[in-house]
Ligand binder design. Structure first.
Ligand code: GTP
Ligand code: MG
Length: 352
């Protein structure tokens, strides 16, 4: 995979209380290796005894790294005191070696840590500079039937491939808000990509989100399983549908955007801490004759302005042909990639 340098976007940190509800269906699959940075148990943090450790674990903080990245308000909720929260976060940061100031070399090393998941479509990988990037949010935007959900299914399989085939030998977490996840589709794609379909299914953790609050709780819960289960791809299909239907109209716009911002910030945080790729979908209301022009309206508002790092526009071509374009691509500002949606998933297709 070519490691092409790409545009950086600052991540926004939001500190808010965490939720505690179960939202993720456990998998029967065996636990695999943890690929993430050196992991210390919460009990190894200075000043954390057995009782505090238990409280932290119950709220989803399993490692010192989780605590080191936590917000004071989050931990205050759990520990009952702001001072204690600050003290424990600081101790966790010392333990994992998290400093507010890092050298440029460390920044450089961190960027080199970014990995790519192949899309399975050569032209698209080229357009993306290697594939879907970890430590970033990629938004798939497009009108109905443009292939967003198919794309998500495809990536949930591709992430499982070994690195020499463009994957990360990792698992996927699929958060489905519209009940459009199709295991049969995973079976078809896995077979085509040379994976055992049953294994491929076992490597995808599935969570159905019933409303926007539930969707956010699932993300809070997710940090419990991401490192343990070697999850390297988090899909939210669709990111905005619940928010849109629950907060309709102008009068609710501010509240909706505030919640969505928080949700996106949480996703970006997970992507960054666990070196995972986050892929979200956003439906677009297309205006006739002006697909890439200004009148095109992302249904969920401009998610990219609120933290998504990359946006892939998808549009329908003839029959099963689909065209992808990258917004603000620093490498190929004008180019598009064509692919086909078939029984086997997304495959290379001729330009129209
Ligand atoms: P919305 O969620 O409604 O916004 O659409 P989407 O962008 O998620 O589209 P989705 O990925 O569901 O794409 C649906 C399209 O994929 C259908 O219109 C079909 O043309 C195509 N498709 C889905 N499954 C298959 C398949 O097994 N074979 C073929 N050839 N095409 C398929
Ligand atoms: Mg869909």
């Amino acid at each position: 995979m070519p490691q092409v340098k790409r545009r950086e976007k600052a991540s926004e940190e939001v500190e808010e209380p965490i939720g505690n509800e179960e939202g993720i269906e456990p998998s029967a699959a065996p636990v695999t290796t943890v690929t993430q940075p050196q992991s210390y148990d919460v009990e190894e943090i200075e000043g954390v005894g057995r009782v505090t450790a238990q409280k932290l674990r119950e709220s989803g903080y399993n490692t010192a790294l989780d605590v080191a990245y936590a917000g004071v308000k989050e931990l205050e909720e759990i520990l009952g005191s702001e001072d204690r929260a600050r003290q424990i976060i600081a101790a966790a940061q010392r333990l994992v070696g998290l400093n507010n100031f890092v050298t440029a070399l460390e920044v450089y090393e961190r960027k080199r840590n970014v990995q790519y998941i192949t899309t399975g479509v050569k032209a698209l990988d080229e357009l993306l500079g290697g594939g879907i990037e970890t430590r970033a949010i990629t938004e798939l935007a497009g009108e109905f039937g443009s292939g967003k959900t198919n794309f998500c299914h495809q990536l949930s399989v591709m992430v499982q491939l070994p690195e020499d085939k463009g994957g990360l030998k990792g698992r996927a977490l699929f958060i489905d808000t519209e009940n459009t996840f199709r295991p049969e589709r995973i079976v078809q794609i896995a077979k085509y990509r040379g994976l055992d379909p049953k294994e491929a299914l076992k490597n995808i953790f599935y969570a159905r989100a019933y409303n926007s609050d539930h969707q956010m709780l699932i993300i809070d819960e997710a940090k419990k399983i991401i490192p343990k289960e070697n999850i390297r791809l988090i899909v939210v299909d669709s990111l905005v549908a619940h928010f849109r239907s629950e907060y309709p109209g102008r009068e609710n716009l501010a509240e909706r955007q505030q919640k969505l911002n928080h949700h996106i910030a949480q996703l970006l945080k997970l992507a960054d801490i666990y070196n995972a790729a986050v892929v979200v979908t956003n439906q677009v209301i297309a205006q006739p004759d002006m697909f890439f022009g200004n009148p095109l309206k992302p249904a969920g508002g401009n998610v990219i302005a609120h933290g998504a790092t990359y946006r892939i526009w998808l549009r329908k071509g003839k029959e099963n042909i689909r065209v992808a374009r990258i917004l603000d691509s620093p490498m190929h500002p004008e180019s598009e990639a064509t692919f086909k949606i078939t029984e086997e998933g997304l495959i290379d297709g001729e330009p129209q």
